[in-house]
Design a protein around this ligand. Structure first.
Ligand SMILES: [Zn+2]
Ligand SMILES: [Zn+2]
Length: 114
């Protein structure tokens, strides 16, 4: 699975159209705040858990998507206006965090039956 098209919509959204025709739209804010790199999300190495400092969301350029590059055939890497570019977003991760109604209902049904 992978997107057959990735494009920016205006200044605030990124649209991915998947090879099964599904259409995902992420706001750049969502993507940036969910940046999967260790610097943003923290990591656990052996017994040591590293928790990052809270992000300063007022950093100029933070939500400005400057560049996108593909990583192999499984992910994309975003370069942001504040110079941050270590986040690698796998297709799997993007698809499973798709904010559309269909996916929300699908994910919701896991937790909210009855
Ligand atoms: Zn990051
Ligand atoms: Zn979706």
């Amino acid at each position: 699975m992978g997107p057959k098209s990735i494009k920016k919509i205006g200044d605030t959204e990124l649209q991915l159209i998947w090879d099964d025709g599904h259409d995902s739209r992420f706001t750049l804010g969502q993507l940036r705040d969910q940046c999967p790199c260790a610097g943003c999300q923290g990591e656990t190495v052996l017994l040591h858990t590293y928790v990052p400092a809270p992000a300063d969301k007022a950093t100029p350029g933070r939500y400005d998507l400057r560049d996108l590059s593909l990583v192999g055939s499984y992910a994309m890497q975003c370069a942001w206006g504040d110079g941050h570019s270590t986040g690698i977003y796998t297709w799997e991760r993007l698809r499973s965090s798709c904010p559309c109604d269909i996916c929300a209902a699908l994910h919701g049904s896991v937790n909210s039956t009855n």
